[in-house]
Design a protein around this ligand. Sequence first.
Ligand SMILES: Cc1ncc(COP(=O)(O)O)c(C=O)c1O
Length: 366
Amino acid sequence: MSVSARPEILGLKVYVAGKPIDELKRELGLTEVIKLASNENPLGPSPRAVQAIVEAASTVNLYPLQDHYYLRQKLSQRWNTDMEGIVAGSGLDEMIEFVGTAFIGPGDEAIVPDPSFSSYDHAVEKMAGHLIKVPLKDFTVDVRAMLAAVTPKTKLVFVCNPNNPTGTTISATEVDYLLDHLPPGVVTVLDEAYAEFVDRADYPQSINYVKAGRPVIVQRTFSKVYGLAGLRVGYVITTPQIAGYLQRVRGPFNVSSVAQAAAVAALDDEEHVRQTVANNRAGKEYLYREFERLGLPYVPTQTNFLIVDVKGPSTPVYQALLRQGVIVRQGTFFGLPTMLRVSIGTMEENRRFIQALEKVLPGNAS
Ligand SMILES: Cc1ncc(COP(=O)(O)O)c(C=O)c1O
C-alpha cells in the first residue's frame, strides 16, 4: 500500500558521498586504489585515539554518557569556555541538522553561500525552509552580498570558513562586518570544519564572538585533522541559550561511547595534529607546483583539499581517473563543471594522482 510523507521530504536529495575504495575495486577489478575525494586524514587516525577506542570497546554493553561529560569538559578546558555552551553530535552533519530543526520553520529563510557544503541545504529544506543561495565572489564567501539577501524571514546565515568546495577563507574583519550588520535575532553558523589547516594570520578567533554573547554557532569536527571521520564526532560552541535549544532537539545517545573516548584522546595528540598539518602543507605546495607545470589553473587553498580547473568538462577526466584507480570529486556536484576537487593525500598519493592526471588529461591520453 502506498503511503505519503511530508511534501518537503519529496524534494530532498539523497547525499552522494565520495566513491568508497572497495566499491571501485569491485566495479573495475582494480587492486590499487587511492581516494582523494572526502577530505579525510591521509595519515590515519590519531594513534592515541586508536588506543582509546580499544580500551572503550570493552564497555560497549553500556549506553554512552548522554551528556558527553568528559568530552565537553575537555573541550571547555581547551577553549577556556563554559561547558554549557558546548554541544556534541554524531559528526558536524548531525549538528547542522539540529540547527535546522531548532531554528527553521515553514517559510523561514536561511542564507547559504553557493557553492558550499550541501548539508546546510538539507537541514533547511527538511524543515520546509527556503534557501537563499548567494554566489561566491572569486570563489570566496561574499559577506556583503549575503547581507543584501537578508529579509525579515531570515533566521540563519551559514558561513563555511574555510569554504567547501573552494578552500577559501574570509578574514576576521569580514566576519566582524557581517555580524555587525545582521539584524538582531539572526543566528550565524561559522562552520570551521577545516580551521586547523588555515595558515592566514587574520582568520577569526570565533570563540571570542561566543564569549561576547553574539548569536553565533561555531562548528568544529574530529573528522578532518584528527582523522576520526568514521567515528562521527563533531561539536559546536555557542551561547548557553542556543546550546539549550540544540540540546533539546538532540537524541539521547547521539555520540557513541567509543567515539567520545576517542575524541577526548585525540585532543591530547598534538603530535598527530602537527604531522597532519605539515603533511598537508607539503602536499599543497607540491600540487601547486605540478598544476603550474601542467598549466592548470587552481584556487589556492586554506584546507586539506583544493579545486583545479581541467579546462574542459571534468566528468570525463574524473571517470578516466577512476579507471586509473584514483577517486576524486567531479565539479558538476558543486556547479563547477570544469573543476575537480582533490583532497591532499600523502606525498605518495599526491604523486600518483598527478601521474594519473597527466595520463588522462585530454590531449595527453596514450
Ligand atoms: C564544511 C564542512 N562542514 C561539515 C562537514 C561534516 O563533517 P562531519 O564529518 O563532522 O559530519 C564537512 C565534511 O566534509 C564539511 O566539509
